[in-house]
Unconditional design. Structure first.
Length: 253
């Protein structure tokens, strides 16, 4: 089991919405010291308290992923406490859940800025630090919508995640020689506080269940496991991969 041992590593998880917080706590459960970062410092603080309860190092930090100076400040603050960053998880993301004809251009730009550009800035800043220290693992949060569109809208979200997938592959190819692995986890709908209202629509929920061979949508724990794999030595020869956590959805489409 030593190939799965990540105890004592240092991680930064950006975005403390439902999935990001679950991932941060999952890493802490396996002995990783975790810096929880979010634009909402209260949300980051709540996550950091949950992380600290696992007996590992924790930090709560504010960050705006769309601003390079903010991400550089985050890296500075993390490194003042942690000796290094071994794992970066980019989980910050937004969507407006509108049809294409209804979304405003400024909303489109905001989604691309947060989901795609924000992920790139974090990769660039923390990737440079990883390169100086011999490598690390970067895990981007993507979505099945990066591969497939959706009749219910989210064109801007699909475009942003498709770009994340391409960025993941490109960075993996460029940074392999630096010892940096870059992968992405791409789930279908995950039940969190952010999606619970949408999933409460029984017509939508029934259609979603029907489209997924396993007959259900994802829970946060379904996504945490693949992230732990990518963070561990068990995936030491895996880079540039988009892992679909979707109950068979993409295999059935």
């Amino acid at each position: 089991m030593s190939v799965f041992d990540i105890a004592g590593k240092h991680a930064v998880v950006v975005g403390m919405g439902g999935l990001g917080r679950a991932i941060a706590v999952g890493l802490a459960d396996h002995g990783v010291n975790v810096a929880a970062a979010d634009m909402d410092v209260a949300r980051a603080t709540a996550a950091a308290q949950e992380i600290a309860a696992r007996g590992v190092g924790s930090l709560a930090l504010a960050v705006d992923v769309t601003r390079e100076e903010s991400v550089r400040g985050l890296a500075h603050d993390v490194l003042e406490t942690f000796s290094r960053v071994d794992i970066l998880v980019n989980a910050a993301g937004i969507t407006f859940r509108k049809r294409a004809e209804d979304i405003r251009v400024e909303e489109w730009r905001r989604v691309i800025d947060v989901n795609t550009t924000g992920s790139f800035i974090c990769c660039q800043v923390f990737g440079a630090e990883m390169a100086r220290r011999g490598g690390g693992s970067i895990i981007n949060l993507s979505s099945v919508r990066g591969r497939y569109g959706a009749t219910f809208g989210q064109t801007e979200y699909s475009a942003s995640k498709g770009a994340v997938d391409s960025m993941t592959r490109s960075l993996a190819a460029q940074w392999a020689e630096l010892g940096i692995r870059v992968n992405a986890v791409a789930p279908t709908f995950v039940e969190t506080d952010l999606t619970r209202a949408v999933l409460a629509d029984e017509r939508f929920a029934a259609g979603l269940r029907e489209s997924i061979p396993m007959g259900r949508w994802a829970e946060t724990a379904d996504v945490v496991g693949p992230v732990l794999f990518f963070a561990s030595p068990a995936s030491g020869f895996v880079t540039g991969q988009i892992l679909y956590v979707d109950g068979g959805l993409t295999a059935n489409t």
